[in-house]
Design a protein around this ligand. Sequence first.
Ligand SMILES: [Fe+2]
Length: 533
Amino acid sequence: MSEEIQADNQFDRRSFMGGALGAAAGIGAAGLAAPGTVLAQAAAPTTTGIEARYAPPAAAKPQLFRAELDVRDCEVEGKIPADLNGNFYRTGPDAQYPLAPGNIPFDGEGHVSLFSIANGRVDFKSRFVRNERYVAQDKAGKILFPMYRNPLLNDPSVRGLSRGTHNTHIINHRNMLLALKEDSPPAAMDLWTLETLDGVYTFDGQLPRTQPFTAHPKVDSESGNLVAFGYEAKGHGSDDVNVYEITPQGKKVWDAWVKVPYVGMLHDFAVTQKYVVLYVIPLAFDDAQMKRGGIHWSWYSGQPTYFGFFRRGGDGSDVKWIKGPERSATHVMGCFDDGKKLYVDVEMSLSNPFPFMPMRDGSKWDPVRGASRITRLSVDLSQKTPKEYGIETLYQNFLGALPRQDDRYNTVPYKIGFLPCPDPDPKDPAKRPSSCYARMDHSTRKTQVYRAPDGATLAEACFAPRSKTAPEGSGYLMGVASYARENGRCDLVILDAEHLDQGPVATVKLPTRVAGQIHGWWVPSWQLPPKKA
Ligand SMILES: [Fe+2]
């Protein structure tokens, strides 16, 4: 085994992003169809051998990290732009104790990092979320929630405690940082110190203590309201989804209930000014697997997807579910409706994108069918009972997951998206392709790419606008790069979002590896409360 492959494999084993990163980085079908091909009609995918090299191993076992860090006035290569001031937060799973056999990397405890950027200086800080689960396990000195979202195996001592890890996403709300995990309520943290203020944040009692809260709430582009939902909302395995809207001041102003056709992972959703869209995929609740001591989900091959939509402001009784082919879609890049059609852009794969999520039929995980592309789903709003939804691949050569947009456009028409991806045009197919960030302009279908140096792996990117009123996509794209050859040491790479191909304008050098990341969030200086002395 060459030194390079060895280093890559070592890093893969250490990666806490598992399938999310695997899907982001994975190379998929080599027999590429013409742009716009409906995936359902695409030719059977073939492999070139690159897929296996780039996909994470199915049995990835993350090593413990657990170091809470403070680095003041970080070393910077290049120059932090004068108009980039604010806080970049990120969170990911960092197991407090070694994971139990059979558990998956998604079940590590939430470890939140902060790059605070002000007047050219960058300070770094990271802290675990000290939620009920973390505190109880710390006191016991062992794991008390041994299996991902399987309450049957919980230690009896945790009865009544929240199982939330808060390892998936973070968002600012009412001058707090909310750390999120979709099976539980948020945890509230201090925006500057990362001190955990409330391990079970219920919006002052407006949501039940047991209310699940999505990791992907949307900020309404006009009102600033937080639109969110919880699935399995009436208990473990329930088919009830609760959707709600909360003002920037914290008052719940809307609440609706819908039932899903079957209980599958509802990781993300789409919200326009008029509609809410839910998308049900065959990563399905598996009661039998849990009774055997396994995790919450398995991929149920052959099951359909369902595109469901209903009016915002209603009671949910108008929900329409449209059946579609077996697919996976985990994250939304953006969405819009033009009065005639409703469009949702998602990362989409033919099958299970996560190598560590079991296949219910016992088959082997397939990195080709698990590789995602940005795909536009659409529904004709003029039809009273639409029978099908459209599926259009937008950028055939770009594989990847964890898409992002300029978050000022969460609920209104947008045209700019960003995607971490392997090199869409690798010079040497026999070599591991570079990790890249792509900018996609849907109005022209033109793309721009930043290629990270060999051996670097890029985490999800986050966009920071140049100013409150800057045009869409005008600002900076930032994300953490990890270097396998340096034991996972990390940099924060900052790029001009309109000129990705010109390389970083600044690179914040950290002296060490840092906790892994699933998602990140930018809070501009104009939204931050004053820093405490
Ligand atoms: Fe996510």
